[in-house]
Design a protein around this ligand. Structure first.
Ligand code: 0A1
Ligand code: ZN
Length: 872
């Protein structure tokens, strides 16, 4: 058995404030080629009422401590000791206020974990959330310690002409030996996880934003010199986000400067450090030749997300890490609303719901299930999950639906009024929402306490005589421990359609609170067709029986665009699931004629918004479909999926080709507006269907698109179609992709890898292994790792080969990666966690790999936690 020395589980119930707190931090970074010296000076105070002899505890991880002093006097070693591996204790008694100085040295060049101070290409940068600051210097590294920071950076002027930290630059100048310095002051008290510093040779673009109270804010975006021209979309997005937050929530930017820095090596998407956001290049750089339409939208959303954190996260922060969803659920909700306003509300909602269903539902239904406010963790970094972020955002959306737009705004205003400048809890947020609106949200807390996806069953009765409609809603939810959850408080938005498709009654929000609750509506003149859970008003699974005809009716008439799409998705799923069953029973698969009719109608309806039309034509994704199978059978599911897609394509080949051609845009000019994006989306969905046929004619169409594409969207679409159809055209397209686009661009190289790793072909495993051995593949870059490993894990049939070869291959890679970057390794291991959903041989194989990880000597606590939880 592996040694499990550092596996300490922390519990939410154990929160206690500290005896001392740091109120001011002064830092000096002296950056040298092979080592960085960090001198820190912490102004510390004992809390009122704390005992005088209380010891003072500081977090520190992997630091080489050179000296330690209090109020200028060196501390003898007898006064301090490491009471835990990463916890230094200075014994009392101590003065009620004092200055603690320390000098440590670190080696950013050797920091492959990408937490703390590290070097990405030639850029020195930091990542401190959640617990990275302790890898830079000794500190009370917890979010309820909020201090002001003054920072001085010294480095070689030629290799590091740009020196940045939080807040305003107060001084800069030259030093001896070709070195220079800059000092920064951040007037807003902040937790250590929001600290950042950057030193390197960076190019930049500059702009300004005038706030509504007419303050001019300098906006600067930095990247490696060769990428500077790809920063304009992010800058444009930032200005839109700044304006939107003023208009929507009355929130204005609070400093004179806002910086964004792009780095190649980053464990997550981006980080909201006060006035110095650090971004993964994949979430900020965009040009038509290197980024898809989806990338453009994602970048806009993430830029907004990090900017919005300035209020929801920075000005008001989390008391402890269990409260993470306080800032993340809320900020995701805010960025989703922003994107809905900037692009198309319905399209964005469809995309977001797809993520919840295909990623969060499986997490909630597996061994990693946790409430949006978890009760315990071993490695906090493992809890930056789709549950905390995405389900957390759905929970915020429910406040919005229950209280209405104005009510929600009142709650937000009160939240800031009460808590600006402090570190608070999810209960504080809920209380602000309740108090501002004079409502009782006690039961609503269950969304924070209970994991699992609720199932709501609806039964409708219509009494013709009495003109009375009654809706019986029953909710149930299995907790991860196997018990029944207590009923949730949730809004169910319902529309009522007349037989002619018009709205028979105004839409309503039903407030479901009981396990079983009847809603009676009087004066209903005819039996309506129900449009339930409009806009996915609660993160639940809805059960309601209806036939394909009613679904087709909703597809054609529902005024709620989301539910029109939803009806189509249900029709697709039914056919695919029926075919998977047929496949398992050794019977012939079939295509439902009603489905083909519905798809034809959607395809030929030129009055539709093209993006919505494209989504209406898109099959539910495999993860989504797997979620509603009792035992996941990847072979049957993938074959049924492919069969259904191919048969639709066979039936509608000419229409698909015509729609494809009708939506081609001229190659000599690129457009990025909503209409052009919609046209590309629709055209590429048609191409996807056609490629399922796999004949020479359609593959030639794909190849032509791949060779002549004037943007990354079209290249990726065509290359993905071809990667799934190995042969001459596929080889040509992928070679062209590599030589012309991917070879010299890290982010495009990632796309080239991801497309091939996701392709469902018999050679899938051999292909991923070859990609892994590609000379440009480096396991040190998280984007490259994700492109290969996460994409392969989504390749349902081949990752889950019954002989276990896919599982074994990925586990080999995880163990290799874990030695360098535990955070990313642990994330990838979650792809094996849901083994209980599969058939016996696959269960055994996934379990065996998890056990192998658990039994490996020296595995990180991040990765070990996933293995342990998965196997529990
Ligand atoms: N707060 C960031 C996400 C983030 C979280 C952890 C990180 O390192 C472990 C990095 C970034 C956000 O929500 O964007
Ligand atoms: Zn965030």
């Amino acid at each position: 058995m592996a040694e499990k020395k550092a596996l300490k589980e922390k519990f939410r119930r154990d929160y206690t404030p500290t005896n001392y707190f740091v109120e001011q931090v002064n830092l000096l970074f002296q950056v040298f080629e092979d080592c960085t010296k960090v001198s820190s000076s912490l102004k510390v105070k004992r809390r009122d009422g704390a005992p005088e002899n209380a010891p003072f505890q500081l977090d520190g991880e992997g630091l080489t401590l050179q000296s330690l002093s209090i109020d200028g006097e060196t501390l003898p070693p007898s006064r301090y000791s490491w009471v835990e591996e990463d916890l230094l204790e200075i014994s009392g008694p101590l003065p009620s206020s004092f200055v603690l100085q320390s000098l440590v040295t670190t080696k950013p060049e050797e920091n492959t974990q990408l937490s703390g101070l590290y070097k990405s290409s030639s850029i020195y940068c930091t990542q401190c959330e959640a617990e990275g600051f302790r890898r830079i210097t000794l500190m009370q590294d917890r979010p309820d310690i909020m201090a002001t920071y003054e920072v001085r950076i010294e480095a070689d002027k030629e290799s590091c002409p740009v020196l940045l930290s939080n807040g305003n630059m107060t001084e800069n100048g030259d030093l001896e030996n070709g070195r220079h310095f800059a000092t920064y002051n951040d007037p807003f008290p902040k937790p250590s996880y929001l600290f950042a510093m950057v030193a390197g040779d960076l190019g930049f673009i500059r702009d300004t934003f005038v706030t509504r109270s007419e303050k001019v804010v300098a906006l600067n975006m930095y990247s490696e010199h060769n990428n500077v021209k790809k920063l304009y979309h992010a800058m444009d997005s930032l200005k839109k986000a700044m304006r939107w937050d003023e208009e929507t929530f009355g929130l204005e930017y609070d400093l004179d400067i806002f910086n964004v820095v792009a780095v190649n090596d980053f464990n997550m998407g981006a980080m909201e450090n006060k006035s110095l956001n650090i971004f993964n290049t994949s979430c900020v750089l965009a040009s038509p030749e290197t980024a898809t339409d989806a990338d453009y939208e994602r970048i806009q959303g993430i830029i907004a997300h990090e900017y919005f954190h300035n209020w929801t996260g920075n000005r008001v922060t989390c008391r402890d890490w269990f409260q993470l969803t306080l800032k993340e659920g809320l900020t995701v909700f805010r960025d989703q609303q922003f994107s809905m306003d900037m692009t198309s509300a319905a399209v964005k909602r469809i995309e977001d719901v797809n993520v919840v269903r295909s990623m969060q539902f499986p997490e909630d239904n597996g061994p990693m299930a946790h409430p949006i406010r978890p009760e315990s963790y071993i490695a906090m970094d493992n809890f930056y999950t789709v549950t905390v972020y995405r389900k957390g955002a759905e929970v915020i959306r429910m406040y919005h639906t229950l209280l209405g737009k104005e009510g929600f705004r009142k709650g937000m205003d009160l939240y800031f009024q009460r808590h600006d400048g402090s570190a608070v809890t999810c209960d504080d947020f809920r209380r602000a929402m309740a108090d501002a609106n004079g409502v009782d949200l006690t039961q609503f807390e269950r969304w924070y306490l209970q994991a699992g996806t609720p199932v709501v069953r609806c039964e409708a009765k219509y009494d013709v005589e009495a003109k009375r409609l009654s809706l019986l809603l029953k909710q149930s939810c299995r907790t991860p421990q196997g018990g029944d959850a207590l009923p949730f408080h949730m809004p169910i938005r319902v529309g009522f359609l007349a037989q002619d498709g018009s709205e028979l009654l105004p839409e309503r929000v039903l407030e479901l609170k009981e396990a079983s609750q009847e809603f009676v509506i009087e004066n209903v003149n005819s039996k309506p067709v129900l449009s339930l859970l409009r806009g996915f008003s609660a993160p639940i699974k809805l059960e309601y029986e209806r036939d394909d005809e009613e679904l087709a009716f909703l597809m054609a008439h529902d005024k709620d665009s989301f539910n029109r799409w939803e009806a189509g998705q249900l029709m697709f799923s039914r056919t695919i699931h029926a075919n998977a069953k047929a496949m398992q029973a050794g019977q012939a698969m079939q295509l439902n004629a009603k489905l083909v009719d519905a798809v034809r109608r959607t395809l030929l309806d030129t009055s539709l918004d093209k993006s919505l039309q494209a989504y209406a034509l898109t099959l539910p994704n495999l993860q989504n479909l797997a979620e509603s199978m009792e035992i996941v059978d990847p072979d049957a599911l993938v074959d049924a999926y492919k069969f259904t897609k191919k048969e639709i394509a066979r039936s509608l080949r000419d229409h698909l080709l015509k729609t494809y051609e009708a939506n081609l845009l001229p190659e000599d000019s690129f457009r990025n507006d909503a209409e052009a994006i919609g046209m590309r989306r629709l055209k590429n969905v048609c191409l996807g269907y056609l490629a399922a046929l796999g004949d020479k004619e359609v593959l030639d169409v794909c190849l032509k698109q791949a060779l002549t594409a004037n943007c990354m969207t079209d290249l990726v679409a065509a290359a993905s179609c071809l990667a799934a159809n190995p042969g001459e055209q596929s080889d040509k397209a992928l070679e062209h992709f590599y030589q012309q686009h991917a070879k010299d661009d890290n982010l495009v190289f990632c796309k080239w890898i991801a497309i091939q790793a996701a392709a469902c072909t018999d050679q899938a495993l051999e292909i991923v292994d070859k990609l892994f051995k590609h000379p440009s593949f480096t396991i040190k870059n998280p984007n490259i790792c994700r492109s290969l490993f996460i994409s392969f894990a989504g390749n349902m049939k081949h990752f889950h080969r019954a002989d276990g070869s896919g599982h074994r291959w990925l586990t080999d890679r995880i163990l290799e990666l874990d030695k360098l970057n535990p955070q990313t390794a642990a994330k990838i291991l979650t792809k094996l966690a849901g083994y209980k959903r599969f058939d016996a041989p696959r269960q055994a194989s996934m379990k065996a790999q998890l056990e192998r990880v658990r039994n490996t000597e020296g595995v990180s606590k991040d990765t070990m936690e996933i293995a342990i939880r998965a196997l529990a």
